[in-house]
Design a protein around this ligand. Structure first.
Ligand code: FAD
Length: 370
Protein backbone atom coordinates (compact mmCIF):
# COMPACT_ATOMS: atom_id res chain seq x y z
CA UNK A 1 0.00 0.00 0.00
CA UNK A 2 1.39 3.43 -0.89
CA UNK A 3 1.90 5.98 1.88
CA UNK A 4 -0.74 8.14 0.17
CA UNK A 5 -3.33 5.39 0.46
CA UNK A 6 -2.34 4.76 4.06
CA UNK A 7 -2.93 8.36 5.08
CA UNK A 8 -6.23 8.34 3.19
CA UNK A 9 -7.34 5.27 5.14
CA UNK A 10 -6.42 6.87 8.45
CA UNK A 11 -8.32 10.05 7.65
CA UNK A 12 -11.28 7.90 6.57
CA UNK A 13 -11.36 6.33 10.00
CA UNK A 14 -11.73 9.68 11.73
CA UNK A 15 -15.31 10.07 12.91
CA UNK A 16 -17.07 13.35 13.42
CA UNK A 17 -18.28 13.38 17.01
CA UNK A 18 -20.40 15.72 19.09
CA UNK A 19 -20.28 15.42 22.86
CA UNK A 20 -22.78 18.21 23.43
CA UNK A 21 -25.69 15.79 23.81
CA UNK A 22 -28.09 18.47 22.67
CA UNK A 23 -26.49 21.27 24.75
CA UNK A 24 -26.95 24.53 22.83
CA UNK A 25 -26.37 28.21 23.40
CA UNK A 26 -23.71 30.48 24.84
CA UNK A 27 -24.48 31.74 28.35
CA UNK A 28 -22.73 34.61 30.16
CA UNK A 29 -23.06 35.74 33.76
CA UNK A 30 -24.58 39.22 34.00
CA UNK A 31 -22.73 40.15 37.17
CA UNK A 32 -24.26 42.88 39.36
CA UNK A 33 -21.91 45.16 41.35
CA UNK A 34 -22.27 45.64 45.14
CA UNK A 35 -23.80 49.04 44.27
CA UNK A 36 -26.60 47.20 42.41
CA UNK A 37 -25.78 47.83 38.73
CA UNK A 38 -24.56 45.52 35.97
CA UNK A 39 -20.78 45.28 36.07
CA UNK A 40 -18.89 46.49 32.97
CA UNK A 41 -17.79 42.91 32.41
CA UNK A 42 -21.45 41.85 31.99
CA UNK A 43 -21.48 43.95 28.79
CA UNK A 44 -17.97 42.90 27.74
CA UNK A 45 -19.04 39.23 27.93
CA UNK A 46 -22.07 40.00 25.78
CA UNK A 47 -19.72 41.50 23.17
CA UNK A 48 -17.49 38.44 22.88
CA UNK A 49 -20.41 36.09 23.63
CA UNK A 50 -22.29 37.45 20.60
CA UNK A 51 -19.27 36.74 18.39
CA UNK A 52 -18.95 33.18 19.71
CA UNK A 53 -22.69 32.50 19.47
CA UNK A 54 -22.77 33.69 15.86
CA UNK A 55 -19.84 31.43 14.96
CA UNK A 56 -21.54 28.50 16.71
CA UNK A 57 -24.82 29.46 15.02
CA UNK A 58 -26.63 29.52 18.32
CA UNK A 59 -28.26 31.94 20.78
CA UNK A 60 -26.74 34.11 23.52
CA UNK A 61 -28.19 34.24 27.03
CA UNK A 62 -27.26 36.47 29.96
CA UNK A 63 -27.95 35.11 33.43
CA UNK A 64 -28.92 37.93 35.78
CA UNK A 65 -28.96 37.13 39.51
CA UNK A 66 -29.91 39.46 42.36
CA UNK A 67 -32.86 41.41 43.70
CA UNK A 68 -34.86 43.90 41.61
CA UNK A 69 -32.61 43.16 38.64
CA UNK A 70 -35.33 42.73 35.99
CA UNK A 71 -34.97 46.46 35.21
CA UNK A 72 -31.59 45.69 33.56
CA UNK A 73 -32.78 42.85 31.30
CA UNK A 74 -33.77 45.02 28.36
CA UNK A 75 -30.45 46.84 28.41
CA UNK A 76 -28.60 43.51 28.22
CA UNK A 77 -30.71 42.59 25.19
CA UNK A 78 -29.82 45.95 23.62
CA UNK A 79 -26.17 45.00 24.13
CA UNK A 80 -26.36 41.64 22.34
CA UNK A 81 -28.32 39.07 24.40
CA UNK A 82 -31.06 37.03 22.72
CA UNK A 83 -32.39 35.94 26.10
CA UNK A 84 -32.04 37.04 29.69
CA UNK A 85 -32.62 34.49 32.43
CA UNK A 86 -33.57 36.27 35.65
CA UNK A 87 -33.25 34.79 39.10
CA UNK A 88 -34.63 37.42 41.43
CA UNK A 89 -34.85 36.87 45.16
CA UNK A 90 -34.27 39.18 48.17
CA UNK A 91 -31.87 36.50 49.48
CA UNK A 92 -29.69 37.06 46.39
CA UNK A 93 -29.34 40.83 46.80
CA UNK A 94 -25.76 40.48 48.00
CA UNK A 95 -23.30 38.15 46.28
CA UNK A 96 -22.69 35.00 48.25
CA UNK A 97 -20.92 32.10 46.61
CA UNK A 98 -23.08 29.19 47.83
CA UNK A 99 -26.53 30.40 46.68
CA UNK A 100 -25.08 31.84 43.47
CA UNK A 101 -23.45 28.47 42.75
CA UNK A 102 -26.83 26.80 43.26
CA UNK A 103 -28.49 29.26 40.87
CA UNK A 104 -26.02 28.86 38.02
CA UNK A 105 -25.78 25.08 38.48
CA UNK A 106 -29.59 24.83 38.30
CA UNK A 107 -29.71 27.05 35.20
CA UNK A 108 -27.06 24.89 33.50
CA UNK A 109 -28.80 21.62 34.43
CA UNK A 110 -32.15 22.86 33.14
CA UNK A 111 -31.20 24.91 30.08
CA UNK A 112 -28.07 22.97 29.01
CA UNK A 113 -25.79 25.57 27.45
CA UNK A 114 -22.82 24.47 25.36
CA UNK A 115 -20.63 27.30 26.71
CA UNK A 116 -20.73 29.38 29.89
CA UNK A 117 -18.56 32.46 30.46
CA UNK A 118 -17.86 34.38 33.66
CA UNK A 119 -15.96 37.62 34.19
CA UNK A 120 -12.68 36.93 36.00
CA UNK A 121 -13.62 39.46 38.69
CA UNK A 122 -13.12 38.81 42.40
CA UNK A 123 -16.60 37.27 42.59
CA UNK A 124 -16.31 35.51 39.24
CA UNK A 125 -13.06 33.85 40.28
CA UNK A 126 -14.76 32.50 43.38
CA UNK A 127 -17.93 31.39 41.63
CA UNK A 128 -16.76 29.85 38.33
CA UNK A 129 -14.61 26.99 39.73
CA UNK A 130 -17.37 25.93 42.13
CA UNK A 131 -19.93 25.83 39.34
CA UNK A 132 -17.50 23.90 37.11
CA UNK A 133 -16.94 21.32 39.86
CA UNK A 134 -20.68 20.91 40.48
CA UNK A 135 -21.50 20.33 36.81
CA UNK A 136 -18.38 18.18 36.27
CA UNK A 137 -16.73 20.24 33.59
CA UNK A 138 -13.40 22.04 33.23
CA UNK A 139 -12.72 25.75 33.59
CA UNK A 140 -10.29 27.80 31.52
CA UNK A 141 -9.53 30.75 33.76
CA UNK A 142 -8.53 34.30 32.79
CA UNK A 143 -8.99 34.00 29.03
CA UNK A 144 -8.08 36.93 26.80
CA UNK A 145 -9.23 35.52 23.44
CA UNK A 146 -11.88 33.12 22.18
CA UNK A 147 -12.43 31.49 18.85
CA UNK A 148 -14.46 28.68 17.36
CA UNK A 149 -12.96 26.01 15.14
CA UNK A 150 -12.49 22.38 14.31
CA UNK A 151 -10.45 20.04 16.47
CA UNK A 152 -9.14 16.70 15.23
CA UNK A 153 -7.83 14.15 17.72
CA UNK A 154 -5.93 11.63 15.61
CA UNK A 155 -5.21 9.30 18.52
CA UNK A 156 -8.87 8.95 19.37
CA UNK A 157 -9.74 9.24 15.66
CA UNK A 158 -12.27 11.92 16.44
CA UNK A 159 -13.11 15.15 14.76
CA UNK A 160 -15.03 17.84 16.62
CA UNK A 161 -16.70 20.50 14.58
CA UNK A 162 -17.05 23.98 16.01
CA UNK A 163 -15.31 23.68 19.35
CA UNK A 164 -14.89 26.77 21.53
CA UNK A 165 -11.19 27.66 21.71
CA UNK A 166 -10.40 29.31 25.02
CA UNK A 167 -7.13 31.21 24.81
CA UNK A 168 -5.11 32.60 27.71
CA UNK A 169 -1.59 33.81 28.37
CA UNK A 170 0.63 31.33 30.16
CA UNK A 171 4.27 30.91 31.18
CA UNK A 172 4.37 34.40 32.71
CA UNK A 173 2.40 35.89 29.76
CA UNK A 174 5.09 34.84 27.29
CA UNK A 175 2.98 32.24 25.43
CA UNK A 176 -0.66 31.84 24.51
CA UNK A 177 -2.30 28.54 25.45
CA UNK A 178 -5.38 27.35 23.57
CA UNK A 179 -7.60 25.18 25.76
CA UNK A 180 -10.28 23.03 24.17
CA UNK A 181 -11.71 20.40 26.53
CA UNK A 182 -14.50 19.40 24.17
CA UNK A 183 -15.39 16.19 26.04
CA UNK A 184 -17.45 17.77 28.79
CA UNK A 185 -20.17 20.37 28.41
CA UNK A 186 -20.67 23.19 28.92
CA UNK A 187 -17.24 24.42 27.92
CA UNK A 188 -16.57 26.91 30.69
CA UNK A 189 -14.23 29.90 30.92
CA UNK A 190 -13.65 33.12 32.75
CA UNK A 191 -12.62 36.22 30.79
CA UNK A 192 -10.42 39.00 32.06
CA UNK A 193 -12.31 42.24 32.65
CA UNK A 194 -11.36 45.07 30.32
CA UNK A 195 -10.17 42.85 27.47
CA UNK A 196 -13.33 42.48 25.40
CA UNK A 197 -15.33 45.34 23.96
CA UNK A 198 -19.05 45.74 24.64
CA UNK A 199 -21.27 46.15 21.59
CA UNK A 200 -22.80 49.56 20.97
CA UNK A 201 -26.31 49.81 22.40
CA UNK A 202 -28.98 48.92 19.83
CA UNK A 203 -32.44 49.80 21.14
CA UNK A 204 -34.10 48.07 18.19
CA UNK A 205 -32.91 44.65 19.37
CA UNK A 206 -35.54 42.46 20.99
CA UNK A 207 -35.23 39.30 23.04
CA UNK A 208 -36.83 36.97 25.50
CA UNK A 209 -36.91 37.44 29.28
CA UNK A 210 -37.28 34.25 31.31
CA UNK A 211 -37.92 34.29 35.06
CA UNK A 212 -36.34 31.25 36.63
CA UNK A 213 -37.24 29.78 40.03
CA UNK A 214 -34.67 27.98 42.16
CA UNK A 215 -35.22 25.20 44.63
CA UNK A 216 -32.75 26.36 47.28
CA UNK A 217 -31.46 24.01 49.96
CA UNK A 218 -30.78 25.01 53.56
CA UNK A 219 -27.02 24.40 53.01
CA UNK A 220 -27.01 27.18 50.38
CA UNK A 221 -27.38 29.69 53.19
CA UNK A 222 -24.81 28.43 55.65
CA UNK A 223 -23.10 31.79 55.25
CA UNK A 224 -25.12 34.86 56.13
CA UNK A 225 -24.05 38.27 54.84
CA UNK A 226 -24.79 40.51 57.80
CA UNK A 227 -23.65 43.82 56.38
CA UNK A 228 -21.88 45.22 53.33
CA UNK A 229 -19.39 48.07 53.55
CA UNK A 230 -18.31 49.63 50.30
CA UNK A 231 -14.82 51.01 50.74
CA UNK A 232 -14.70 54.76 50.80
CA UNK A 233 -11.75 56.92 49.93
CA UNK A 234 -10.17 57.64 46.60
CA UNK A 235 -12.22 56.39 43.67
CA UNK A 236 -9.96 55.26 40.85
CA UNK A 237 -11.58 54.92 37.45
CA UNK A 238 -8.89 53.47 35.23
CA UNK A 239 -11.36 51.84 32.86
CA UNK A 240 -13.34 55.01 32.21
CA UNK A 241 -10.26 57.20 31.68
CA UNK A 242 -9.37 58.46 28.21
CA UNK A 243 -5.89 59.48 29.35
CA UNK A 244 -3.85 57.51 31.88
CA UNK A 245 -0.68 58.97 33.34
CA UNK A 246 1.14 55.96 34.77
CA UNK A 247 4.23 55.97 36.90
CA UNK A 248 6.70 53.24 37.71
CA UNK A 249 9.39 52.52 40.24
CA UNK A 250 11.59 54.93 38.29
CA UNK A 251 9.65 58.03 39.37
CA UNK A 252 9.68 57.39 43.12
CA UNK A 253 7.39 59.02 45.66
CA UNK A 254 8.34 62.55 44.60
CA UNK A 255 7.62 61.74 40.96
CA UNK A 256 4.10 60.58 41.80
CA UNK A 257 3.38 64.03 43.26
CA UNK A 258 4.18 65.50 39.84
CA UNK A 259 2.09 62.87 38.03
CA UNK A 260 -0.90 63.59 40.32
CA UNK A 261 -0.51 67.28 39.56
CA UNK A 262 -0.51 66.58 35.82
CA UNK A 263 -3.66 64.42 36.12
CA UNK A 264 -5.37 67.17 38.12
CA UNK A 265 -4.57 69.83 35.51
CA UNK A 266 -5.83 67.63 32.68
CA UNK A 267 -9.08 67.05 34.60
CA UNK A 268 -9.46 70.79 35.09
CA UNK A 269 -9.06 71.17 31.32
CA UNK A 270 -12.00 68.79 30.89
CA UNK A 271 -10.18 65.54 30.10
CA UNK A 272 -11.08 62.20 31.71
CA UNK A 273 -7.61 61.56 33.13
CA UNK A 274 -6.54 59.04 35.75
CA UNK A 275 -3.35 58.11 37.56
CA UNK A 276 -1.99 54.62 36.85
CA UNK A 277 0.99 52.70 38.18
CA UNK A 278 3.16 49.67 37.64
CA UNK A 279 3.34 46.94 40.23
CA UNK A 280 6.91 48.00 40.85
CA UNK A 281 5.62 51.36 42.09
CA UNK A 282 2.84 49.74 44.14
CA UNK A 283 5.25 47.31 45.78
CA UNK A 284 7.63 50.14 46.59
CA UNK A 285 4.76 51.80 48.47
CA UNK A 286 4.57 54.91 46.26
CA UNK A 287 0.88 54.44 45.45
CA UNK A 288 -2.11 52.24 46.30
CA UNK A 289 -2.79 49.02 44.39
CA UNK A 290 -6.09 50.48 43.11
CA UNK A 291 -3.95 52.26 40.49
CA UNK A 292 -2.07 49.18 39.29
CA UNK A 293 -2.23 48.42 35.60
CA UNK A 294 -1.30 45.01 34.26
CA UNK A 295 -1.80 41.30 34.47
CA UNK A 296 -2.65 41.38 38.17
CA UNK A 297 -3.99 44.92 38.13
CA UNK A 298 -6.53 46.53 35.83
CA UNK A 299 -6.49 45.95 32.09
CA UNK A 300 -6.98 49.26 30.33
CA UNK A 301 -7.31 50.56 26.78
CA UNK A 302 -7.41 54.37 27.00
CA UNK A 303 -6.82 56.66 24.05
CA UNK A 304 -3.55 57.91 25.56
CA UNK A 305 -1.33 55.95 27.95
CA UNK A 306 1.73 57.71 29.37
CA UNK A 307 4.25 55.22 30.83
CA UNK A 308 6.70 57.21 32.91
CA UNK A 309 9.63 55.48 34.61
CA UNK A 310 8.12 52.09 33.75
CA UNK A 311 10.43 49.47 32.26
CA UNK A 312 7.71 47.63 30.29
CA UNK A 313 7.73 44.16 31.85
CA UNK A 314 5.53 41.70 30.00
CA UNK A 315 3.04 41.66 32.90
CA UNK A 316 2.64 45.42 32.65
CA UNK A 317 2.29 45.36 28.86
CA UNK A 318 -0.47 42.75 29.23
CA UNK A 319 -2.60 45.43 30.84
CA UNK A 320 -2.04 48.43 28.56
CA UNK A 321 -0.73 47.41 25.16
CA UNK A 322 -4.18 47.82 23.55
CA UNK A 323 -4.13 51.57 24.30
CA UNK A 324 -4.58 53.71 21.19
CA UNK A 325 -1.42 55.77 21.71
CA UNK A 326 1.38 54.86 24.09
CA UNK A 327 3.83 57.55 25.10
CA UNK A 328 6.87 56.30 27.02
CA UNK A 329 9.25 58.42 29.06
CA UNK A 330 12.28 56.55 30.35
CA UNK A 331 15.92 57.42 30.87
CA UNK A 332 17.02 54.04 29.51
CA UNK A 333 16.77 54.01 25.71
CA UNK A 334 16.86 50.18 25.81
CA UNK A 335 13.81 49.89 28.10
CA UNK A 336 11.31 47.36 26.63
CA UNK A 337 8.46 49.87 26.97
CA UNK A 338 9.79 51.62 23.85
CA UNK A 339 9.01 48.51 21.79
CA UNK A 340 5.26 49.14 22.21
CA UNK A 341 5.35 52.94 22.34
CA UNK A 342 4.02 55.14 19.54
CA UNK A 343 6.07 58.04 20.91
CA UNK A 344 9.13 57.75 23.09
CA UNK A 345 11.10 60.31 25.06
CA UNK A 346 14.48 59.18 26.34
CA UNK A 347 15.09 61.33 29.38
CA UNK A 348 14.77 61.84 33.10
CA UNK A 349 11.17 62.27 34.26
CA UNK A 350 12.37 65.17 36.42
CA UNK A 351 13.18 67.09 33.24
CA UNK A 352 10.20 65.98 31.14
CA UNK A 353 7.20 65.93 33.51
CA UNK A 354 7.60 69.54 34.78
CA UNK A 355 7.60 70.63 31.12
CA UNK A 356 4.41 68.69 30.47
CA UNK A 357 2.85 70.33 33.55
CA UNK A 358 3.89 73.76 32.33
CA UNK A 359 2.37 73.34 28.87
CA UNK A 360 -0.73 71.61 30.30
CA UNK A 361 -1.31 74.63 32.57
CA UNK A 362 -1.18 76.92 29.55
CA UNK A 363 -3.71 74.67 27.79
CA UNK A 364 -1.13 73.74 25.17
CA UNK A 365 -1.11 70.01 25.96
CA UNK A 366 -4.09 69.05 23.87
CA UNK A 367 -5.60 65.80 22.68
CA UNK A 368 -7.46 66.73 19.51
CA UNK A 369 -9.69 63.66 19.23
CA UNK A 370 -10.89 63.81 22.87
C1 FAD B 1 2.84 36.92 38.26
C2 FAD B 1 3.27 38.35 38.10
C3 FAD B 1 2.30 39.31 37.88
C4 FAD B 1 2.68 40.65 37.70
N1 FAD B 1 1.71 41.60 37.48
C5 FAD B 1 2.08 42.87 37.21
C6 FAD B 1 1.11 43.87 36.89
O1 FAD B 1 -0.11 43.63 36.89
N2 FAD B 1 1.54 45.11 36.60
C7 FAD B 1 2.88 45.45 36.59
O2 FAD B 1 3.19 46.62 36.31
N3 FAD B 1 3.79 44.52 36.91
C8 FAD B 1 3.44 43.26 37.23
N4 FAD B 1 4.39 42.35 37.59
C9 FAD B 1 5.76 42.84 37.87
C10 FAD B 1 6.59 43.05 36.62
O3 FAD B 1 7.23 41.86 36.28
C11 FAD B 1 7.67 44.14 36.89
O4 FAD B 1 8.44 43.73 37.99
C12 FAD B 1 7.10 45.51 37.16
O5 FAD B 1 6.19 45.88 36.16
C13 FAD B 1 8.24 46.52 37.18
O6 FAD B 1 7.77 47.78 37.50
P1 FAD B 1 8.52 49.10 36.97
O7 FAD B 1 8.60 49.07 35.49
O8 FAD B 1 7.87 50.26 37.60
O9 FAD B 1 9.93 48.95 37.66
P2 FAD B 1 11.37 48.66 37.04
O10 FAD B 1 11.37 47.41 36.26
O11 FAD B 1 12.30 48.75 38.19
O12 FAD B 1 11.62 49.83 36.02
C14 FAD B 1 11.83 51.15 36.39
C15 FAD B 1 12.12 51.94 35.11
O13 FAD B 1 12.26 53.28 35.43
C16 FAD B 1 13.30 53.85 34.64
N5 FAD B 1 13.80 55.01 35.36
C17 FAD B 1 14.52 55.04 36.51
N6 FAD B 1 14.76 56.32 36.89
C18 FAD B 1 14.17 57.10 35.97
C19 FAD B 1 14.05 58.51 35.81
N7 FAD B 1 14.60 59.34 36.69
N8 FAD B 1 13.38 58.99 34.74
C20 FAD B 1 12.84 58.16 33.81
N9 FAD B 1 12.92 56.81 33.91
C21 FAD B 1 13.57 56.29 34.98
C22 FAD B 1 14.30 52.73 34.51
O14 FAD B 1 15.11 52.92 33.36
C23 FAD B 1 13.41 51.52 34.39
O15 FAD B 1 13.12 51.22 33.05
C24 FAD B 1 4.05 41.02 37.77
C25 FAD B 1 5.00 40.02 38.00
C26 FAD B 1 4.63 38.72 38.14
C27 FAD B 1 5.68 37.68 38.35
Amino acid sequence: MSSNNASKNISNEIKTVDFRKGARGVFVWGQITPEGFPHDVAYELLGIGREIADKLETHLTSVLIGHNVKQFAEDLIHHGADRVVIVDDPKLETFSVLPYTRVITSVIEKLKPEAFLFGATTFGRELAPRVAARVHTGLSADCTMFDVGEYVNRRRKQRFEKVLRMIRPSFGESKLATILGPWTYPQMASARPGVFKPLPKDTTRTGEIIEFAIDFKSEDFLVEVVDVHIAEGEQVDLKGAKIIISGGRGVGEEGFKLLRELVQILREKGYKAELGASRGAVEAGYISSKHQVGQTGTIVRPDYYFAIGISGAIQHLAGMKESKYIIAINKDSEAPIFSVANYGIVGDYQDVVPLLIEIAKKGELTFPDL
